[in-house]
Every structure is written in C-alpha cells, then in structure tokens.
Design a protein around this ligand. Sequence first.
Ligand code: PGA
Length: 251
Amino acid sequence: MRPPIIAGNWKMNCLLNEAADLAAGIRKLLDGFDGVEVVVCPPFTALPAVRQTLNGSRIKLGGQDMHWEPKGAFTGEVSPTMLKDTGCTHVIIGHSERRHILGETNDMVNRKLKAALANDLTPIVCVGELLEERQMKVTREVVEKHVTKAFDGIAAKDAERAVVAYEPVWAIGTGLTATPTQAQEIHHFARNILTRLYNEATAQRIRILYGGSVKPDNIRTLMAEKDVDGALVGGASLKAADFNAIARYKE
Ligand code: PGA
C-alpha cells in the first residue's frame, strides 16, 4: 500500500566530477530496478550534472533543503522553482543538521513543507530526538512537536503526498542505529499523531522513512517493521555498491 522509498542524502560531499561518477555508478547498478522508489539528493551545485547523468533512468532527484519563497532577496537560498528547474521531484526538509547546526526552527520547517507541497515537490520532512532527549525520555514529546508543527495548517489531501523521515540524531553518522524495535515504536507513534491530525486513511498513506546509520547489513531488519516504509541514507549513499545493496534489500 505504501511504496517504499530509499533516498540518498549526499550532504556536503562531492565535487562535480565526483557527483557525476557516483550518479553514474548508481545508475549502472540500479537502472531499470523498480523494486522501490530510489531518490538521490546531491548538493545544489551538482544537481544539473547528476540530472544529466540520470536522464532517462527511474532514479529521482531531490534537493537537500530549499527556501519557501519562489524568488527574491534571500542571498544564498534556493527556491522550490529552482529545484524543479534542475529536475528535482523531491526535497529534504528540516534535516537535523539544519535544525541543530544552522538554527532551523519548526516554523521554518512548516513554511518549507507548505512551499514544497504547493510546488508539487515531494517533501521528506525529518524529525527526531537528540541523544540527551532520548536519555531524558522525552523522545515522544520531541517527535510529536516536530510532526505537529511541521504539518500545521496543511490539509489532508496535501499531507498524504509528504514523506516523514524519523532520524534519531544520536544515530546519524555515528554507526549507532536504532534497533528495529526502537524504530517501529516511534514510527507507529508518529503515524498515530498523523491519524489524530488527519484521519486513519491519510496516516496510512504517508510514508515514514527511518534514517541514521542505515547500512546494507541493517536495512532488511528495519524494513521488516510494519511502519518503516523506507530509509534516508547518508554515509552509505556515497558508495554506489552500498546504496545499491540497500535499495535491493528484498533480494
Ligand atoms: P547517516 O545519515 O546514514 O550517515 O547516519 C543519515 C541522514 O543524516 O540522513
């Protein structure tokens, strides 16, 4: 019912030639593969080069962030229309590195989510707790706040086009992965919040990805959980072979 998504977040990595090589490597391994929806999110500078490399393949392109306004005096920002112009169909919103390193607020995440939906981009909106928050046993409160504020003022018919990524911050880039049970617990909790905000049918349509040290050797058990609908992959998405193995977790 919910087609799985495997999305690669390249973060601030890859010069143009490296990005084109990585995209070519991924294309070679995943061209024609239709087992899951595959998305790659290179840095802005590499979007046109990666698009060219992926042209005609099923692999989709996403931005790592965007501003909510269509254009104007916002030095350094990239608009939804600019992302679409480079061939993006997806955009990551509210990644924890943006929230915690660059000061992105829930209000900004909400505006970006609305702008992505209004521009027909599929938003992958990231939520998740810091290590201290998990230790203080406030994980659910944090996730509830992230989800509720992100979706504030968004109608059900639009919300169902969004994708949520649960990314516990303590698991990102650390090699520590949430156990499948820990992931399922929060995914189920997040889906219940969406049911409360909207209704059962809408919540059942929204895909909830897991992110945080996803690797070829842990993807299968994570994906076996009922409410895990895919993965947002950082480090392992920079190696074509690993990303391919993750996307082909069913094989
Ligand atoms: P990681 O990053 O796979 O390197 O932990 C995931 C993410 O930040 O999206």
